[in-house]
Design a protein. Structure first.
Length: 283
């Protein structure tokens, strides 16, 4: 696996692959990789001849009081894991490479609608930062396919909408959430939790499954269901940021006859913010 932090080297390699008639899949990450990230690489390998992974901790998507400086950086370990998983190329740009004129002078991409509320409401400016850096990375790598985890469901919808609206020639692929044995969605932030806290945090996914069963059994009073679910989670010591049933594609409040739904949730366990979701269909 080749590694570079330079745009010129990346573009040279992409050009060589294109001239050889090879397809490219891309996995953008912020590093501190775990099995969830590696599952994206596995999927990417089934889609294209070559797989490019990026590691870039994007300051534009962090709020003023968020953990940018504390975000774990484990490049050597990440390189080893990606090499073992069969990635072909790793791009590790610096902040100066991505934002040469600084964040204040950087053009940005805003995606209306699906970026509002949920994580977009709790983290103002977050999805502007995500959409901007992903657009720039897409322009640099020019992949045929790009793989994103379904754990960050709103992010996935934001990127799909952006690609459609801006006619970016990339097929965005959602990859199922990878989970711990107790159901907790894998996340880099899980490293801040003790083993006891990980067991405690499992109530989030258990509650989403309970809600899914209730809906599939005929419950259509989503507001009442949300209230009950929040109480279940907070009884175990978590603090719910949001928990909502939404129409899957628009992320708006569902109508009674909407059949493609997603349950979106975020909760704090001490200072660690956990997110999860569960999709469901009913007829």
């Amino acid at each position: 696996m080749q590694t570079t932090s330079e745009i010129r080297s990346l573009r040279s390699q992409i050009k060589a692959w294109r001239q050889a008639g090879l397809s490219v899949a891309f996995v953008p990450t912020m590093g501190n990789l775990h099995e969830g990230h590696f599952s994206l690489v596995d999927k990417a390998k089934t889609l294209a001849d070559k797989v490019v992974v990026s590691i870039f901790v994007n300051p534009m998507q962090f709020g003023a009081n968020e953990d940018l400086d504390a975000y774990p950086r484990t490049l050597v370990q990440d390189q080893q894991g990606l090499s073992e998983r069969g990635a072909d190329y790793l791009f590790t740009p610096t902040v100066e490479t991505i934002y040469p004129n600084g964040l204040d002078a950087q053009s940005f991409v805003d995606v209306p609608g699906v970026s509002m509320g949920y994580c977009g409401g709790s983290r103002p400016g977050h999805f502007r930062g995500v959409a901007t850096v992903v657009t720039k990375l897409f322009n640099l790598v020019q992949p045929d396919f790009a793989c994103f985890g379904e754990k960050d469901f709103q992010q996935l919808q934001v990127i799909k909408t952006m690609v459609l609206d801006l006619a970016i020639p990339v097929e965005v692929i959602g990859v199922p959430t990878q989970r711990d044995v107790n159901g907790l969605a894998l996340s880099s932030r899980n490293g801040y939790l003790s083993e006891e806290q990980k067991q405690q945090a499992a109530i989030l996914f258990k509650t989403l499954n309970w809600m899914k069963e209730e809906i599939q059994s005929g419950q259509r009073d989503y507001a009442a269901l949300e209230v009950q679910a929040i109480a279940r989670i907070e009884e175990l010591g978590l603090k719910v940021d949001y928990l909502s049933v939404a129409e899957r594609n628009t992320l708006k409040a569902p109508h009674a006859d909407d059949q493609q739904l997603v349950i979106l949730a975020a909760a704090f366990l001490d200072k660690v913010r956990l997110i999860d979701n569960l999709t469901l269909d009913w007829s």
